[in-house]
Write a protein that binds this ligand. Structure first.
Ligand code: NCD
Length: 323
């Protein structure tokens, strides 16, 4: 049986809860002087990153190392990819080196599905962000962080704000949070809400002030200029005024409301520096929780213990995405 984590939609409520509960166990390791478990000794995890990343790559590396796996970091810049090597040949090379898990980030939506469905490798594929499509471990770490502060997420209201159109974080969060019973509202300018959002299990709004006053958590998204090929809003100033979280807006939030951001942040654009550094913000905590969540995912996929059904997809039954 092949096992992958490609989409937040693959996770049932029980699967997601098992990952979050396992992450809770993993998190206790961070407080110990020796932050290591022998669980994945002798296993090899490859970080295959075709797109820039700071926290996701380091986080997967720390997670794999804390489980005693061998880690190979592969960045497309500086590799044979710049000589025109295909995803297939890269995957075959990694297979020949005995990769048990491939954590892949790629600029094309569907790349992780393609790797899993093509069966070029026998290892587990973990999607660490594919184009504007999905980023399931980010959604898991966001849910983990919210759950630590708010308890069960059923009935909780989460507002996701900004460049939803280009955000794999928003898509994975919308899927996972609704699976966990939360109510999700997406807020952004009409140009940055995806076409077809009406079919998502969420509410949408263009009015940030109205949405945040009833939120238990507000997740700000980075404005992804590198994916914008046109002007999606008149000016940065106009964007921040309508869709940025600054001190005035933070004053409208209920007392218990959390502020999240997946990073990297554009300080002064979608979030002001004082809000990012305020006591409400759990942004740094998201980063440390990311390691525990990725440890849980790698452990559940690779250790051979009970694997939740949602992350035990038989790749041969997958239709496969375009890469
Ligand atoms: C996000 C990503 O790369 O999708 N960041 C992350 O993984 N921490 C969000 C972003 O780039 O804005």
């Amino acid at each position: 049986m092949r096992r992958h984590l490609l989409s937040a939609a693959d996770l049932s409520r029980d699967d997601a809860t098992l990952v979050l509960d396992t992450a809770e166990e993993m998190r206790t390791l961070a407080d110990r002087p020796i932050k290591k478990l022998p669980a994945l000794r002798g296993r090899t995890v490859v970080n295959l990153f075709f797109e820039d990343s700071t926290r996701t790559r380091i986080s997967f590396e720390a997670a794999a190392k804390r489980l005693s796996a061998d880690v190979i970091n592969f960045a497309a810049g500086g590799s044979s990819v710049s000589k025109g090597e295909s995803l297939k040949d890269t995957a075959l090379t990694l297979q020949a080196m005995g990769a048990d898990a491939i954590v892949v980030r790629h600029h094309s939506s569907g790349a992780a599905h393609r790797l899993a469905a093509a069966e070029w490798t026998r290892g587990s594929i973990v999607n660490a962000g594919d184009g504007t499509h999905e980023h399931p471990t980010q959604a898991l770490l966001d849910a983990f962080t919210m759950r630590r502060h708010l308890g069960d997420l059923a009935g909780r209201r989460v507002t996701i704000v900004g460049d939803v159109l280009h955000s794999r974080v928003a898509r994975s969060n919308a899927l996972l949070l609704t699976t966990l019973g939360a109510e999700v509202t997406l807020v952004g300018p009409p140009t940055l809400l995806p076409f077809g959002v009406a079919g998502w299990p969420v509410e949408t709004s263009y009015d940030l002030d109205a949405a945040i006053v009833k939120s238990d958590a507000v997740m700000m998204l980075r404005v992804q200029r590198e994916r914008m090929n046109a002007a999606f809003f008149p000016s940065a100033r106009e964007y921040s005024r309508r869709y940025g979280l600054d001190a005035r807006r933070m004053g409208l939030l209920p007392e218990h409301t959390l502020v999240l951001h997946p990073g990297p942040m554009n300080r002064g654009m979608e979030i002001s520096a004082d809000v990012a550094d305020s006591a409400r913000s759990v942004i740094v905590e998201q980063v440390s929780n990311g390691v525990a969540v990725r440890m849980a995912v790698l452990y559940l996929l690779l250790s051979g213990v009970t694997v939740p059904a949602g992350i035990s997809i038989d790749a041969s039954s997958e239709a496969g995405g375009a890469a």
